[in-house]
Design a protein around this ligand. Structure first.
Ligand code: 3PG
Length: 314
């Protein structure tokens, strides 16, 4: 019987699909260290971002046929090495785009109205501080009419553009590998498309009131002190891509100098232990890497993954 290890959880319907296909599915978590001796008893492993599948583990598991990543980022898997050993590597790039893009807007809206800070500071019981807090959060801003700069014009970037257009923002974008995207920005009732051309990175950085990043982490952060210097004063920036995309030291400097008005962070250089200065900063809205964690996205990720695993092993 084909044996699948689901090590970072999966939606119940995805598990059921694989069981209905006749596979044995274990969802009992095996620690990263124990995988070296225990994973070889399985034909496939399904992971999210918590479990890493590196060369050493692949070498220790000659029986492994499939590595399946529920989600977009494959940075926790040695993909090329796995492929060179004949292992099929799967991910679900389309399943969580909306979920991530909506979280970005949750951060942008929160930062524009100081919700993240107000939630920290609201009086815990009836108190006279209410009026003082009301005045301190009275200078919020609106998103409508502002410029949204999207760096990375892939699936998640495109969802962010669609939401931005829906909110009445001027949307500009940059992608080194794409010239233009055609977006369906209407509804069933009012179908409508919009073409967004790729502008230069400098143009996007210098013209945007809000910036959101949808690119993988490379050797050098895409946003560091040089890039912050190009931005408008008071810009609000969101990162729900990968921690290394923003240089966190440069971000803290830019927040403290007032150059950046606020940052929404779902991902961090050091996960799962982000640096303390970020966690307590009044201008940072925080979430613990939950971009893909909605009921809808979990369902789509789980069923999409199960379909691909079944096809690969049947
Ligand atoms: C992804 O790459 O899909 C996201 O970062 C989500 O990560 P997660 O699977 O750990 O929620």
């Amino acid at each position: 019987m084909i044996r699948i290890l689901v090590n970072d959880g999966i939606d119940a319907s995805g598990k059921k699909m694989m069981e209905d296909a006749g596979f044995f599915v274990s969802t009992d978590k095996i620690t990263q260290d124990d995988l070296m001796t225990k994973l070889n008893a399985f034909d496939a492993i399904c992971v999210r971002s918590a479990t890493t599948v590196r060369k050493e583990l692949i070498d220790a598991c000659p029986n492994l046929k499939v590595i399946a990543r529920g989600g977009v980022g494959l940075d926790n898997i040695d993909v090329e090495y796995a492929k060179s050993k004949g292992i099929i590597v799967i991910n679900t790039p389309a399943a969580s785009s909306r979920s991530v893009a909506e979280l970005v807007f949750a951060h942008l809206l929160s930062l524009s109205r100081f919700l993240h800070d107000a939630n920290r500071n609201m009086p815990k019981s009836g108190s006279t501080d209410f009026g003082k807090l009301k005045s301190s959060y009275a200078k919020g801003g609106e998103l409508e009419g502002k410029t949204l700069g999207v760096i990375g014009m892939g699936r998640i970037g495109q969802e962010a553009m669609r939401i931005g257009i829906g909110m009445g923002m001027n949307v500009i974008a940059h992608d080194p590998f794409m010239d233009v995207v055609v977006l369906n920005v209407g509804s069933q009732q009012f179908p409508h498309t919009a073409n967004i051309k790729s502008s230069t990175k400098e143009e996007v950085l210098s013209s945007s009131d809000f910036i959101t990043l949808h690119i993988p982490s490379l050797a050098k952060p895409a946003i560091g002190s040089e890039e912050f210097a190009m931005m408008k004063d008071g810009v609000i920036i969101a990162n729900a891509a990968r921690g290394g995309v923003i240089d966190e030291t440069a971000l803290l400097e830019a927040l403290n100098s007032g150059k950046v008005g606020g940052a929404g962070l779902d991902v961090f250089e050091n996960e799962p232990t982000p640096r303390a200065e970020l966690l307590v900063h009044p201008k940072i809205s925080l979430t613990p890497h939950i971009g893909a964690s909605t009921e809808e996205a979990q369902l789509k990720v789980g069923t999409d993954l199960a379909k691909q695993v079944i096809a690969a092993l049947s």
